[in-house]
Design a protein around this ligand. Structure first.
Ligand SMILES: O=C(O)C(=O)C[C@@H](O)[C@H](O)[C@H](O)COP(=O)(O)O
Length: 344
């Protein structure tokens, strides 16, 4: 097991890559803990849960709402949970986002931690202290920055993931390589089969390196005033796609990265071959690379993105493989770029 630290205003968060759910009792006091999970994870791992009350929510992006949080609050009240109660989110990105938000707001804040059960949650969603829910169909519109005490990334749990869900996690791993580490892109190309087979050493390296990159960025810019915006590479198009089509987050981000790379070429920042290479990598990890809806519709949906400021948005480009830059861009300029790139 290897540990990494995220330092935030609300405290530090210990990310344990390779720790096992079997050791959970070392990190929590079962008699003071309430577990928030989803029905799928409960069905798979209930026998490995410590002996404490369980709140099981439904599955899928559609339940990432304030209504679900309200249900959780009612259950916490019924259970007589108080501020000394520890909330353990045990599941994928949606469970972690909701559990972190419920914990951060229940009685003005209870302590919380996560066991991240999906690849996407381990390399991205559970790390960094963004907790929240969707609102009005738009992604993560209501939430808080608040670091979990710990995150357990049990790599053994990944074996039970449906393939489509596993591939979504690779989208965020590719993103970390694309924005911060060119050698990770080489690694992803050279070890594709082993990575997809969840070879222990390869997946440990990819999860650890992803968390290392993200932990560094978040520690330097927890509140997303500058560098953290780079973690949104592919997400401006991605979130619009999720809103319009309901495709899973990782697939939307994969397509979003391909589009953002093409706009980076159009802007004269990135070489055409580098954009094509990124597209090949995304495709080779079984992820779609073409948007199922018109880019013009995505551009319209982006106007509701929470990163929008007036008629401008912070858009993440690549200026070389393994390096991102952020520009404050007018929507008009974004449309013009998309048109001249031939994608709108
Ligand atoms: O942690 C971040 O910061 C990120 O942007 C990482 C994203 O991959 C992640 O999907 C995040 O939840 C998106 O945040 P949002 O603020 O764009 O909703």
């Amino acid at each position: 097991m290897k540990k990494l630290l995220v330092r935030g205003a609300s405290g530090s968060s210990q990310i344990m890559v390779g720790e096992s759910i079997a050791n959970l009792k070392r990190y929590i006091e079962a008699r003071r803990t309430v577990i928030i999970t989803d029905s799928t994870v409960e069905g798979l791992y209930r026998d490995q849960f410590p002996d404490c009350p369980v709140i099981a929510i439904g599955v899928g992006e559609k339940i990432k709402t304030l209504e679900t949080v309200t249900t959780i609050f009612s259950r916490l009240v019924d259970l007589e949970a108080d501020r000394s109660t520890f909330i353990l989110g045990l599941g994928g990105g949606i469970v972690c986002d909701i559990a972190g938000f419920a914990a951060s707001t229940y009685m003005r804040g209870a302590r919380f931690g996560f066991v991240a059960t999906t690849l996407l949650a381990q390399v991205d969603a559970s790390v960094g202290g963004k907790n929240g829910v969707n609102f009005g169909g738009y992604k993560n519109m209501v939430g808080v920055f608040n670091q979990p005490d710990f995150v357990i990334c049990d790599l053994g749990l990944l074996k039970s993931l449906p393939v489509r869900e596993l591939l979504c996690g690779f989208a965020e791993i590719i993103k970390h390589g694309a924005i911060a580490d060119p050698s990770m892109l080489d690694f992803l190309e050279n070890h594709r089969d082993a990575a997809l087979d969840l070879d222990a050493a390869i997946i440990r390296h990819l999860v650890y390196r992803s968390v290392e990159i993200k932990a560094g960025v978040v520690t330097r810019d927890e509140r997303e005033q500058g560098e953290r915006r780079k973690l949104n590479f592919g997400h401006t198009f991605g979130h619009a796609l999720e809103k319009l089509t309901g495709i899973p987050h990782g697939e939307a981000v994969g397509i979003g990265m391909v589009l953002a790379a093409r706009l980076s070429v159009e802007k004269g920042l990135l070489g055409r071959n580098d954009a094509r290479r990124l597209e090949r990598i995304v495709h080779s990890y079984g992820l779609p690379v073409r948007p199922p809806v018109a880019v013009s519709a995505m551009l319209a949906a982006m106007r509701k993105d929470k990163k929008r400021e007036g008629d401008r948005i912070h858009f993440v480009f690549l200026d070389r493989p393994g390096h991102a830059c952020v520009e404050d861009l007018a929507f008009e300029e974004l449309s013009r770029l998309a048109k001249s790139a031939g994608i709108a």
